[in-house]
Ligand binder design. Structure first.
Ligand SMILES: [Zn+2]
Length: 251
């Protein structure tokens, strides 16, 4: 475990966030974790950030808390061989502190002029119920993400967009926010089959945090039982001292 987690007070912040988000859905967890670690003045900022911006920040958080290496286990779709792969978070993140910036983009095609923004966690949560029917979900997403639409001099509504433009707009959104649907290129050492596998950094980070929190609470349990100390006092110990006492309890 890298030193970042053990910084004074930060451990408690993380543990509290883990507890608060325990029963939440994946998107609420992702946004809640980022707001806890990199608080923004506006509560809505992370939930309104594009999915790729949000996920780039989650890669940074994973790297800062648990180290840069990601380990994945996948089954080859052709021969069933289990493939163990390693990736580095730095492959997926930029430099500097993560900042969620909602950006307006434009697409001009034929006589159409479309101003739009990229899909965010807010959109995913709002459209979850519509997702059963892909056509309904796409038009609901466009109604949310198209900010302004004109055909020639006329203001138009997102429902009027011709199908070929809807397809172009979806492609533009995907190209402008590549991390939103991250796929890892894998290749099987046994049969040489190559394929792309989806990778969800939100899920990966949550699992890392869940393992960490459970280990930490197990340590609290052992020390509380051995010494009769209170949870708060055990969590206030530095990691070095806690390790020392644990070694005495469990040589
Ligand atoms: Zn294979």
């Amino acid at each position: 475990m890298p030193a970042a987690v053990h910084a004074a007070g930060f451990e408690q912040v993380l543990l509290q966030t883990w507890e608060q988000l325990h029963a939440a859905d994946a998107d609420t967890r992702a946004v809640g974790l980022l707001q806890a670690v990199w608080p923004q003045p506006e509560a809505e900022t992370w939930s309104a950030a594009s999915l790729g911006t949000r996920d780039a920040a989650l890669f940074r958080l994973q790297s800062a808390l648990f180290g840069p290496q990601l380990h994945t286990l996948t089954q080859c779709p052709a021969c069933g061989e289990t493939l163990e792969s390693q990736f580095d978070c730095a492959q997926f993140t930029g430099e500097g502190a993560p900042t969620p910036v909602p950006t307006a983009l434009a697409l001009r095609e034929q006589d159409w002029e479309i101003e739009f923004r990229l899909p965010s966690s807010n959109d995913v949560v709002a459209l979850r119920d519509a997702a059963a029917d892909p056509a309904v979900a796409v038009s609901a997403l466009l109604r949310r993400c198209v900010l302004r639409l004109r055909q020639g001099e006329r203001e138009a509504s997102a429902d009027e967009l011709p199908t070929d433009l809807v397809v172009q707009l979806e492609a533009r959104m995907a190209a402008s926010d590549p991390l939103a649907d991250l796929r890892l290129s894998l290749s099987c050492p046994a049969c040489a089959t190559a394929w792309d596998a989806a990778f969800d950094i939100g899920e990966y980070l949550w699992e890392s945090l869940d393992d960490w929190a459970q280990d930490l609470l197990s340590e609290v349990h052992l020390l509380a039982r051995a010494y009769g100390w209170r949870e708060h006092d055990i969590l206030s110990l530095t990691a070095v001292r806690r390790r020392f006492y644990l070694d005495l309890v469990q040589p």
